[in-house]
Write a protein that binds this ligand. Structure first.
Ligand SMILES: [Zn+2]
Length: 323
């Protein structure tokens, strides 16, 4: 076989392999979301059996992927939770850097939810938390899978499914008090809270868009893969609402990204009928369109790769905005 046809075959094999991986990722994403938002997880409320089961499920996924556990050999970092006897647990899996270093890139997605509570006008009392935030955890697990299939990264990758986010970002706060790698050497934190299940989209926005010096770099990185930056005004009101805020207020660069409402051609998409978050109606329904999941995941990965490879120091100029 000559050299050119050998190269061609190698190329095709790589493309073929990549397509199989992508197809698996979408199926896995659906399956994690379905399981984590099912009634048996009881809305993943603090102190419930359901949140324990969810934590076990995520640990099992990290183990299957071959992520490194914590020093005690488990994936669970327990922390005290206000007004509760039982602790809550962050689920943490690691991909170590190719060379020893304290530098890390952190990925977070909260897996806790509102649990079970009586709600006027419905018999359904389980706040399933499908969009908030079973989808984010599904994205976290599948991004870990993508990185596991690549060569070892130049910095440590830390994947954290946080608990206690809904009522005060307790899990993210605890991790930053007792981190696996020095907090001063966290180069960036990418947070997943919500994820695109509205079909293919061409625009995105993020929190924060002020008080930091890396917004333009993210916009440019996204534009290179065809995304248009289109922030709604209300996003600034969300500065303190996500796990990213725990990082930002300590001066650690962090971002949460969402897809916008523009279709691939640029026109505004028809409004989808999703159940409200923080209600019993945050469930998977027939309006969900999973076709945009892959693009959204790739956007996160591009941004993570950008900060991992560009040895630039980006800054949070106004940490007080996130306190
Ligand atoms: Zn959330």
């Amino acid at each position: 076989m000559n050299n050119i046809s050998l190269k061609l075959i190698c190329c095709l094999l790589i493309i073929f392999n990549y397509d199989i991986l992508t197809a698996q990722i979408i199926d896995n994403f659906k399956s994690h979301t379905t399981i984590l938002s099912s009634d048996k997880m009881e809305g993943r409320g603090a102190g419930s059996k359901g949140i324990q089961k969810s934590g076990d499920y995520i640990s099992e996924q990290f183990q299957k992927l071959g992520l490194q556990p914590l020093k005690d050999g488990t994936y669970k970092q327990y922390f005290p939770y206000p007004d509760q006897k039982e602790p809550e647990a962050n689920i943490i899996g690691i991909i170590s850097a190719s060379e020893p270093t304290e530098k890390s890139l952190v990925f977070t997605a909260h897996y806790d939810g509102y649990g079970i509570r009586k709600t006027e006008g419905t018999e359904d009392s389980i706040y399933n938390g499908a969009r908030d935030n079973a989808v984010g955890v599904a994205a976290l697990i599948e991004l870990a899978r993508i990185y596991k299939n690549e060569k070892l990264p130049p910095v440590n990758l830390v994947f954290i499914a946080t608990a206690g986010e809904e009522f005060g970002q307790h899990g993210a706060e605890f991790y930053l008090e007792q981190p696996v790698f020095e907090t001063k050497k966290i180069i960036f934190c990418l947070n997943f809270d919500g994820f695109n299940v509205s079909g293919k989209r061409s625009d995105f926005f993020m929190m924060p868009r002020q008080g930091v010096d890396f917004v333009d770099e993210i916009i440019l990185t996204a534009q290179r893969s065809g995304w248009m930056y289109n922030p709604p005004e209300w996003v600034d009101a969300m500065n303190k609402n996500f796990d990213s805020a725990s990082f930002l207020k300590r001066g650690i660069p962090s971002v949460t990204l969402w897809a916008g409402d523009r279709l691939l051609g640029g026109e505004i998409a028809p409004k989808l009928n999703f159940g409200d978050i923080h209600s019993p109606f945050d469930e998977i329904n027939e309006e969900w369109d999973w076709s945009g999941v892959e693009d959204h995941l790739k956007l996160y990965k591009r941004i993570a790769d950008y900060f991992m490879r560009s040895n630039k120091n980006v800054l949070v100029k106004n940490p007080e905005l996130f306190q």
